[in-house]
Design a protein around this ligand. Structure first.
Ligand code: ZN
Length: 284
């Protein structure tokens, strides 16, 4: 089937690569029309030292990095155009234009417009924890979930998009708790504290991850691992490799050869295991 379409709505420039880059590259390579909507400009993101002096033009730098990354993945980019928020308690979160302070109905409306225009069968966003409790990720989860359920309803947002359209599946990108455990163990062995990671030491890794039984879709992205890494490498202002890039390559490849999703709609019983987000859609 050649008219498969996928839309991923994600918080920041880099989430499309560090997060689900393997999945996006895989579906693009399989001929799916893959679209990525990035909610924010990334201007409040923490940056590696070399980029600190470029902070005023950080949004522009991150846009260029993002464009290079999506070209590697082979997906089409849409910008929702919000200012990004910082991590929990960051002063950037008080900014009136910060994504998390935007009107949720209005943001959901933009996503409804995209869904009705692009008509994806599958929609992906972050899970309700945002993966690591980043407020922008949690906001993206909330507004995308609202939009998913509103897009097919002619009574909601009647003036947006060509016509109401209901996508078939909604997936939340997630990390298995078991995977996090491996990582926190390695950190402790190296004398690092997994409860205080990130540049501001404000991320508690031990709180992250979902039980395996909730991760209904497990995609093997091993053949696309290099592409994911190449796309990630374009996000130089973010360190270019994701937070595990200091580990040996062979180990990263083994550890990160899968990407995991909760199937939010239609709800899946715990223990369901899908290997393809489009599984069964052709027959419907
Ligand atoms: Zn993010």
């Amino acid at each position: 089937m050649s008219d498969r379409r996928l839309l991923a709505v994600l918080a920041h420039p880099d989430d499309e690569s560090f997060g689900i880059g393997g999945t996006l590259a895989r579906y693009a390579a399989e001929g799916v029309d893959v679209h990525v909507a990035i909610a924010t400009d990334g201007a409040a993101g923490s940056v590696v030292a070399d980029y600190e002096e470029q902070r005023e033009r950080l949004a522009e730098v991150r846009r260029q990095e993002l464009e290079a990354a999506v070209a590697v993945l082979g997906v089409r980019l849409h910008m929702l155009g919000y200012r990004d928020s910082g991590y929990i308690d960051d002063p950037a979160n008080l900014h009136p234009e910060a994504f998390i302070n935007a009107d949720r109905e209005e943001v959901a409306g933009r996503i409804v417009g995209l869904i009705r225009t692009l008509r994806p069968q599958v929609v992906i966003t972050h899970d309700e924890t945002g993966g690591y409790y980043h407020p922008d990720h949690i906001m993206a989860w909330d507004v995308t979930t609202r939009a998913f359920h509103a897009a097919g309803d002619p009574e909601q947002y009647p003036h947006l998009g060509p016509a109401p359209y209901q996508p078939m599946r909604l997936y939340y990108s997630s990390l298995p708790r078991r995977w996090i455990k491996v990582f926190t163990t390695i950190m402790r062995l190296r004398g690092q504290d997994p409860s205080r990671i990130g540049r501001n030491e404000d991320i508690d890794m031990t709180r992250l991850g979902q039980p395996l039984s909730r991760l209904h879709a497990r995609l093997n992205i091993f053949p696309y691992w290099e592409k994911k890494r190449e796309a990630s490498s374009h996000h130089q202002s973010q360190g270019g490799g994701g937070f595990a890039s200091s580990l040996p390559t062979w180990f990263q490849k083994r550890l990160f050869s899968m990407e995991y999703f909760i199937r939010a709609y239609p709800p899946a019983p715990d223990g369901t295991i899908e290997r393809d987000l489009f599984q069964g859609i052709d027959e419907q």
